[in-house]
Design a protein around this ligand. Structure first.
Ligand SMILES: *Cc1c(COP(=O)(O)O)cnc(C)c1O
Length: 254
């Protein structure tokens, strides 16, 4: 390997390790401030737009959970991280919007689809899992802010969808996911996270088939993870605080 590439990958590994440690400290402090155990909050690193070597650097830094947004990226990086997945060193969650016709591509790599926002998508995942005789973890995505740009079912419809999803064969409902409100007002952001927790409590408390496992709250990102942890987040999804700001995506599809 050329020297330049070696030293730049060392840079990447060191920078990522430092940033992961800083994020982990923020998580631990927020958990303690909320009277919670730091170990009850898992860090998922969102690796969208990052190359496979960045995923490897994240795993080297001790992270055991990464998330991809786009099927195309998940599939492109899959062969390069397959050894880490096979060795059980990292788990990959699909955290972006998933179209039904792309289900097969995701199931080869992802252990959990966090963005289930319709019964039709859940049924497509269930059918595929039944055919493969496997179980897939899924989370229902809820649009707590009601912002039109965001995927997810509205809070009032979330418990119903969660119950329907939980009853499907081949799927294990592990919890709920949301993207917080895009608001400078912390109270607005916090109210959204609290709403997700209330929906989770109602789903788990219902006693409906398949709902007892739905305990995870995947909520909080680089800018609002403390608020999310205060409201009960069990998974925070962090990109920018580990990798720096993302370039704005190109407008033309490849
Ligand atoms: C990119 C992304 C994140 C991470 O966001 P940052 O603000 O970069 O930390 C979390 N969740 C989802 C669904 C994302 O697409």
């Amino acid at each position: 390997m050329p020297d330049a590439a070696t030293s730049s990958s060392l840079d990447l590994t060191g920078r990522v390790a430092r940033n992961v440690a800083a994020v982990r400290s923020r998580i631990d402090a927020a958990a303690r401030a909320a009277g919670r155990e730091p170990s009850d909050v898992r860090l998922l690193v969102a690796t969208k737009t990052q190359p496979a070597e960045a995923v490897r650097a994240v795993v080297e830094a001790g992270v055991d959970l990464v998330g991809e947004n786009r099927v195309q990226e998940l599939v492109a990086k899959a062969p390069e991280v397959a050894d880490l997945v096979a060795a059980g060193r990292v788990e990959v969650h699909m955290i972006g919007h998933l179209q039904r016709n792309k289900v097969n591509q995701v199931l080869a790599t992802a252990s959990c689809v966090e963005g289930v926002d319709s019964l039709a998508l859940a049924e497509a995942l269930s059918a595929r899992c039944a055919r493969d005789d496997r179980t897939l973890d899924v989370m229902v995505q809820v649009n707590v802010s009601g912002e039109a740009s965001k995927s997810g079912v509205l809070p009032d419809d979330a418990a119903r969808l969660a119950h329907d999803v939980a009853s499907l064969p081949g799927l294990r409902l592990t919890g709920l996911m949301t993207i917080g409100a895009n608001s400078p007002d912390k109270n607005v952001v916090r109210a959204g996270f609290a709403r997700l927790r209330e929906v989770r409590d109602a789903v788990v408390g219902s006693g409906a088939p398949g709902t007892s496992t739905a305990r995870e709250l995947s909520m909080g990102m680089s800018g609002d993870l403390e608020v999310a942890i205060a409201e009960g987040a069990t998974i925070v999804r962090v990109g920018t605080a580990v990798f720096g700001p993302r370039p704005t995506p190109p407008q033309t599809a490849r």
